[in-house]
Design a protein around this ligand. Structure first.
Ligand SMILES: Cc1cc2nc3c(=O)[nH]c(=O)nc-3n(C[C@H](O)[C@H](O)[C@H](O)COP(=O)(O)O)c2cc1C
Length: 177
């Protein structure tokens, strides 16, 4: 990484991967980053499930009607699972950790994409989180938030165009309509 600013500009969601597997070093680096994510009151209200089983990835890819099918072509995924008993802001904790996984992947030159589970549904109406819960054996007191698809990039994506940033969403002192 040249700089964090460059990393932020370059990271784009990747939904196409090569067949190359991730090295165990890269997987360890990704997990270390997630485990160092900031969390409210330092409660670490999350768990991470590493998934490298092809059949599991295939089954998980059908957890939603849209936005998850490409998981079948990924060599690895990390399920981010929140713990509401540990923290009332588990969604924030788990979301921060998920975000950090995305940036750590980019820093390793890998591709990644967030696949939302919470509040999303499979074709038969089953909550996507319940599909993941069943397939991954997640206990009932925990809440699956997202899957992060990971792999070596299978296509090029353009970095952000700074000329198209939404500066009208930034306000100084007072919200301006
Ligand atoms: C909360 C959240 C949920 C997302 N869910 C999905 C998803 O289920 N499937 C998917 O393909 N992309 C998903 N994404 C990725 C977004 O579609 C993507 O970040 C957005 O289109 C901007 O593109 P970029 O990441 O390439 O900048 C999600 C991103 C976030 C932050």
């Amino acid at each position: 990484m040249e700089s964090f600013a460059q990393l932020v500009k370059t990271r784009r969601s990747m939904r196409k991967f090569t067949d190359e597997l991730l090295s165990s070093d890269d997987v360890a680096t990704l997990l270390k980053a997630a485990l160092m994510a900031p969390s409210s009151k330092g409660k670490h209200a999350w768990h991470f499930i590493v998934i490298d089983d092809e059949q599991l990835l295939q089954a998980l890819s059908a957890c939603k009607t849209v936005g998850s099918d490409f998981l079948a072509g990924a060599p690895l995924a990390v399920a981010v699972v929140g713990d509401p008993q540990e923290s009332d802001v588990w969604i924030e904790d788990a979301s921060v950790a998920t975000t950090i996984l995305l940036y750590q992947a980019e820093d390793l030159g890998l591709g990644a994409c967030w696949i939302q589970l919470r509040n999303r549904f499979a074709a038969d109406g089953t909550p996507a989180a319940d599909v993941a819960r069943r397939l991954l054996g997640i206990p009932p007191h925990l809440e699956p938030l997202a899957l992060v698809a990971l792999g070596h990039k299978g296509m090029e994506r353009k970095p952000f165009n700074e000329e198209r940033l939404l500066w009208d969403k930034v306000h100084l002192n007072l919200f301006q309509n």
